[in-house]
Design a protein around this ligand. Structure first.
Ligand code: SF4
Length: 419
């Protein structure tokens, strides 16, 4: 077994990591000064590939002067499977409806009837799909508010007049139409039941639902998920697990900085690990940091620090292991995503050359060429993937007619062919 000190000193020589640590004022280089309690846990991890809750708690107490050793181990795990390759997908973002029955304290996405279109009509969806495919995008990201038809009659009637019974029904229909345009839908509906997921699977090679957090405490008055029936953790776990039973490649993740504590953060990742151990369908975990915006209920709430992000990313890599990618949104971390790459991140998510991030409209996407250049400077290679990861391009996970389309876009590695 490779020793922890070797991993550490290799890390300090790897891909200009020391330069980056200095840039972010992260101390390094004195392995002997790192407290034994951290070294023992990490050495045990290298032996067993497992961390229990108590061991994780010890690591969450790390301060900035010791965190480089945690980064070194997470980087080692990422590199063992992914090498120096960082992936992303080129997408177009369609907010199918911005109405929502929930009231998250950090939201800037939701609108009320009269504040904008009730939904994006089919002709606009189709137009966006065509333009995106022409611009070389391979992913069409559908996002919506949660179940607005339950509280807004005007929206329900609109759907009905168009021949749809629910947001899910509409999103499924739009997915089917867009797939015909040679772009791959990746739907983020929110809570979905088994029969809806079965229908989605026929046109979506992958889908997503963030767990966000496992804590019911966050649903209490004054907390971020008060009056949000769709943020009930058991309902989200149920959707993610049902997708697992149906073998739908899945994107999940957590939000950090919304009032949760370290135990709740760790328990959320452990739950995703548990689900993935059962079904093996979770292809990536997004670590999405809270980002305040003017006018929201949480406008004055503190944002996660670099240290919070490094520890969350690195511990997620250790918990999820080789098979599952860890992703951070580069537009929410434009100055620090390289730090996250050195902490275990191997994916930078969907980047759109055409549309804004409607969930975080104040944070523009970095240009793909700039991302590529920055990664190159640190010795990494950026590769484009489809919304479905290369490892899930097989009959167990996607419908044959989608597979037949997908293989026309990729090379032998499963990433998008560069020509
Ligand atoms: S579920 Fe999404 S759209 Fe609805 S309030 Fe929460 S963040 Fe906003």
């Amino acid at each position: 077994m490779i020793s922890l000190s070797k991993i550490y000193y290799d890390f300090l020589k790897y891909n200009n990591s020391s330069e980056l640590l200095e840039l972010h004022s992260i101390p390094y280089n004195n392995f002997d000064s790192i407290p034994n309690k951290f070294l023992t846990v990490l050495e045990n991890y290298l032996e067993d590939n497992e961390l229990n809750r108590e061991q994780l708690r010890i690591l969450t107490s790390m301060e900035i002067e010791h965190v480089s050793v945690l980064m070194a181990v997470a980087n080692y795990i990422r590199r063992r499977k992914k090498g120096d390759l960082i992936s992303f997908s080129k997408n177009v973002f369609i907010p199918l409806t911005q109405l929502c029955r929930d009231q998250c304290s950090y939201c800037t996405f939701k609108i009320e009837p009269g504040e904008g279109e009730l939904l994006v009509p089919p002709e606009k969806v189709l137009d966006s799909a065509r333009k995106a495919a022409q611009a070389g995008c391979t992913e069409l990201l559908f996002v919506s508010g949660d179940k607005p038809e339950i509280i807004y009659d005007v929206y329900k009637d609109k759907l009905k007049s168009m021949g749809y019974s629910s947001t899910a029904d509409y999103m499924i229909s739009m997915s089917e139409i867009c797939l015909e345009e040679n772009i791959f839908p990746h739907s983020n509906l929110g809570i979905a039941n088994q029969s809806e997921l079965k229908r989605f699977r026929k046109s979506n090679p992958s889908m997503g639902l963030m767990l966000e957090n496992i804590s019911e405490r966050l649903m209490k008055p004054g907390m971020a998920h008060h009056k949000c029936p769709d943020k009930y953790p058991k309902a989200r776990i149920n959707t993610i697990s049902t997708a697992g039973e149906l073998k739908i490649p899945w994107t999940s993740g957590i939000l950090i900085g919304i009032g949760e504590n370290w135990d709740e953060r760790i328990d959320s990742i452990l739950e995703l690990r548990k689900i993935n151990d059962l079904y093996g369908h979770i292809q990536e975990i997004i670590i999405q940091n809270f980002s305040p915006k003017p006018g929201i209920k949480m406008e004055g709430h503190p944002v996660p620090t670099d240290l919070d992000m490094i520890k969350t990313v690195a511990l997620s890599k250790l918990i999820m292991g080789d098979a599952v990618s860890i992703q951070v949104p580069p537009n929410l971390n434009s100055k620090s995503y390289m730090l996250h790459v050195f902490s275990g991140v191997s994916d930078l998510g969907g980047v759109s050359p055409l549309t804004i991030d409607f969930v975080n409209p104040e944070s523009p996407w970095p240009q793909i060429e700039i991302m590529k250049k920055t990664l190159n400077e640190f010795g990494f290679t950026l590769r484009e993937r489809l919304p479905v990861y290369p490892g899930y391009l097989k009959s167990e996970f996607i419908e044959d007619h989608i597979y037949q389309r997908a293989i026309k876009f990729v090379d032998e590695t499963g990433f998008v062919a560069e020509n």
